[in-house]
Design a protein around this ligand. Structure first.
Ligand SMILES: *Cc1c(COP(=O)(O)O)cnc(C)c1O
Length: 462
């Protein structure tokens, strides 16, 4: 199976190429040429996450890897999970279940996608005898998951820009305390958007690279991250087996990567009723599902910082596949002026949303209240991102058949200050988080200055 861009001018690409390239050359996002189909009955016999992954991942890698080669890579892909089950479902009450995705080494669901990405990055680099630079900006969890996933591969040097702002001290320390010769954190005196702009223009100029060296994108537009996430949706089904014929998921959303993985699982054959798109006050997706207006707004800082975005990059994939029915000309037209002008779809096309999607917006006050209530009722501590999805599920459960699986995307111990405001303290703190508090921090501090940052990368890219 090959891959092509949502905008129609980059096609017939192999898996290994799109993994290393990230964004398509026409500015679109890569999509598989067809949705591979799986026999859902098979998953009733799967009793581990890896078992499920071994049936999913090879379907997407076949243009570059034999099945045996892929299975070999998967043996060592996901590592350092504190829960042997990787992604266990906890039953909080009869209608709301929690899928715990935070048992990986950096305590967020991003370990699932980024460990898979890093395993393939490294394998491709070894085959081609090349090296790579990972360059990214982070508002919280992406940076730590990318650093952790790549640090054991000497061919990859990671440079991660950390803006001032509202990431927690634990989150920052997860990155700055990694003492490895191929890991570089830059504390930038600027906003997340400043950092993103610098990363984007660095991707254009590339003057700090060697010939043949790769520059890798680790943000959620990389298709390989989506594959890693598709696996846990099927694994949810494997865990519930015959208990429920159809599933509903509530997903806390920023860049729409995790929701798109859920949608992909549906297209591949997962029996699924509704997907709840849960957002904080950065509500571009909520406004789209409510009013058919996909319009950029200034980012607001919330207590769920990993969902603080102004546009949801992966949403283009849904527009292309679900609404435009894979017509890349139409998709290209819709995005040609975005985000300077907003997108609204033809009314009849937009109506299709209701068959599958629901959306709710949850503000900080509601998020905190939900954290308190869920602790009081069930002695379960939610992180603020998960609380957004939990509240969204509560708001909408009256119009949904059957139970809703809420995705728990981060461990609450990543956000001790937020917990403190409602009088909670995380228990069972993962070792990976407690460790960082007394380690020495290493990082380069600088202004949001393109030249200074590029010079630093040049100096370290020896
Ligand atoms: C990244 C992140 C999200 C948002 O995920 P998307 O795939 O960007 O929608 C939600 N919760 C947490 C904890 C995250 O780190």
């Amino acid at each position: 199976m090959l891959f092509h861009s949502t905008r129609g001018n980059d096609s017939d690409r192999k898996f290994a190429d799109i993994v290393m390239q990230g964004l398509a050359s026409d500015g679109g996002l890569f999509m598989p040429d067809a949705w591979p189909q799986i026999d859902i009955e098979k998953f009733k016999k799967s009793d581990s996450f890896i078992d499920v992954a071994k049936q999913i991942v090879p379907l997407f890698t076949a243009s570059s890897y034999s099945k045996e080669e892929t299975l070999q890579i998967l043996e060592n892909t996901w590592h350092d999970f504190e829960d042997k089950q990787f992604a266990a479902i906890k039953k909080v009450d009869s209608k709301l279940l929690i899928l715990e995705l935070f048992h990986g080494p950096t305590a967020s669901f991003k370990d699932f996608g980024l460990q898979l990405a890093a395993a393939f990055f490294n394998d491709i680099l070894e085959k081609e005898d090349k090296t790579a630079i990972v360059l990214g900006a982070t508002s919280g969890d992406t940076g730590s998951a990318a650093i952790d996933a790549c640090k054991k591969y000497a061919r990859i040097k990671s440079f991660i820009l950390l803006p001032n702002g509202n990431m927690s001290e634990v989150q920052r320390r997860q990155m700055t305390t990694v003492d490895q010769p191929n890991v570089f954190t830059l504390r930038v005196n600027g906003t997340f958007d400043d950092c993103q702009d610098i990363v984007k223009s660095a991707f254009r100029d590339r003057d700090f690279m060697y010939d043949g060296q790769y520059l890798l994108a680790v943000n959620s537009i990389n298709w390989v991250r989506i594959i890693g996430q598709i696996c846990y949706y099927f694994y949810s089904y494997a865990q519930l087996k015959d208990e429920h014929s159809k599933l509903n998921f509530s997903v806390p959303t920023g860049n729409f990567g995790n929701v798109f993985a859920c949608y992909s699982a549906l297209k591949m054959g997962l029996p699924l009723e509704k997907i709840i798109v849960a957002v904080n006050e950065n509500d571009i997706l909520y406004r789209f599902f409510k009013d058919n207006q996909y319009a950029r707004k200034i980012v607001e800082e919330t207590i769920s910082p990993s969902m603080d975005i102004s546009i949801a990059s992966n949403f283009e994939r849904l527009i292309y596949d679900f609404y435009c029915e894979r017509d890349s000309k139409v998709c290209n037209g819709l995005f040609s002026d975005f985000p300077s002008s907003s997108i609204s779809l033809n009314k009849d096309v937009w109506q299709k949303s209701k068959s599958l999607f629901m959306s709710a917006r949850v503000n900080d006050a509601e998020t905190l209240k939900t954290m308190t209530e869920v602790f009081n009722d069930f002695q379960y501590i939610l992180d603020p991102h998960t609380a957004v999805a939990f509240k969204a599920a509560q708001k909408l459960q009256g119009s949904v058949d059957g139970p809703i699986i809420v995705l728990a995307t981060a461990h609450p111990a990543k956000f001790p200050k937020t917990l403190e405001t409602v009088g909670l303290t995380a228990s069972n703190i993962p070792k990976s988080l407690s460790n960082v508090m007394d380690k020495q921090e290493f990082s380069f501090s600088c202004e949001a200055d393109q030249t200074a940052i590029i010079n630093y990368i040049k100096e370290k890219n020896l």
